[in-house]
Design a protein around this ligand. Structure first.
Ligand SMILES: Cc1ncc(COP(=O)(O)O)c(C=O)c1O
Length: 374
């Protein structure tokens, strides 16, 4: 299989565990395991205490799948398939869905595997470009106009990495209807679902909009448990899930036993888990917004509508790659240049999910002051 390097992951491979302040992470500050276990109800605690570290059921633990299904309005446990992270779910799904002669439309800039795996599967990919001047919004009409007879999938991540874009429910339903009318499958990457800002309700899940649409979910982001590596596909198209499960036999076979039980704890305590994440992200969003307002000579942004990241544009004259390199060297604070998304603009990704964001902003302020920026 020929596949291009995953630029963002290569960037993180160099920096993620070498810097003092990760001001570009997309996950939320992870739960300490003891705190998570303290939330376990009695039966789940008993499963944890008695856990044997053998192989697990390939489609996923039945109780875990049942909990995942309750995140959707129309799904049963058998409409879910557990993977090792959303990344494996995306890999298996797009590999199964697409092949030579097929066409896919993928929102861009975005998480690279959403279009790179499609290309590696042999499909032709049209990138649906989001523009800052339009508030990074999804242009449903333009996207639908790109559908061809050979289009097999429209792939949209919302809330969106890296821009924080979140379509309105009306736009989202309109996209779903257009895909259904054209006989095209909507793949909704919803890994940042439940982190909508300003009290906005989550969008209807893709998998609830139509029996053949697919939702991608994970415990890494909104649920703040990236280390579990528990992700899933959700769809009422059980034949599709069966084909994805058959490919998973060649990747991980099954999820890690401790992760499944800890994931079960988290989903059974979802109100507390999600409340904690929102209590980290919401004040950080305000802090970063205020920081930008005070320093217009540094950067400006389209304020994210959801998720745990944003994509500010540096002021004219500041080069994103250079700026990121100088900042990390001087202050140990890591931003992510737009080039990690293959984006030619002067943007950087900022992460809003880490509790050290106030300190990182202090270091960033010192850096800007030292250079007379802002
Ligand atoms: C949009 C999107 N989808 C999928 C993933 C993959 O999630 P995970 O690394 O937990 O598998 C990410 C991670 O950053 C993401 O941003």
């Amino acid at each position: 299989m020929q596949i291009a390097d995953f630029a963002l992951e290569r960037f993180f491979a160099r920096w993620e565990f070498a810097v003092r302040h990760l001001l570009c992470a997309s996950d939320v500050e992870a739960w300490p395991m003891a705190d998570l276990l303290a939330l376990a109800d009695e039966p789940t605690r008993a499963r944890w205490d008695g856990l044997c570290l053998g192989y697990t059921e390939s489609p996923g633990d039945p109780q875990l799948r049942a909990e995942i299904a309750t995140l959707y309005d129309t799904l049963a446990a058998d409409d879910t398939l557990v993977f090792s992270g959303a990344e494996e779910a995306i890999f298996c799904l797009l590999t199964v869905l697409l092949g030579p002669g097929d066409h896919a439309i993928v929102a861009w800039p975005g998480y690279q595997s959403l279009y790179e795996v499609a290309r590696a599967a042999g499909a032709e990919v049209t990138l649906h470009e989001l523009h800052e001047g339009d508030g990074w919004s999804l242009d449903v009409e333009r996207l639908v106009a790109a559908i061809r007879p050979s289009t097999r999938a429209v792939v949209v991540n919302a809330p969106h990495n890296p821009t924080g874009m979140l379509p309105t429910a009306a736009e989202w339903r309109a996209l779903g209807e257009a895909c259904r009318d054209a006989g095209v499958r909507l793949v909704a990457d919803e890994v940042y679902r439940f982190l909508e800002h300003g009290g906005r309700a989550p969008l209807p899940a893709g998998a609830d909009l139509d029996p053949v649409f697919v939702s991608v979910g994970v415990l890494s982001k909104s649920f703040a448990l990236a280390g579990l590596r528990i992700g899933w596909l959700a769809s009422r198209d059980r034949d599709l899930l069966r084909r994805c499960a058959a490919l998973k036999d060649y990747t991980t076979i099954c999820a890690a036993a401790p992760s499944e039980i800890l994931g079960l704890v988290a989903l059974r305590s979802r109100d507390a888990v999600l409340a904690r994440s929102r209590a980290i992200v919401a004040p950080n969003l305000e802090r970063f917004d205020a920081f930008l307002a005070e320093r217009p000579g540094f950067a400006s942004w389209v304020r994210p509508a959801g998720g745990s990241v944003g994509f500010p544009r540096l002021a004219a004259g500041l080069d994103a790659d250079r700026f990121v390199a100088d900042l990390v060297e001087a202050e140990g604070v890591l931003l992510m240049p737009g080039s990690a998304f293959g984006h030619p603009g002067n943007h950087v990704r900022v992460g809003l999910g880490r509790t050290d964001l106030p300190i990182a902003l202090e270091r960033l302020a010192a850096f800007l002051d030292g250079r007379g920026i802002g």
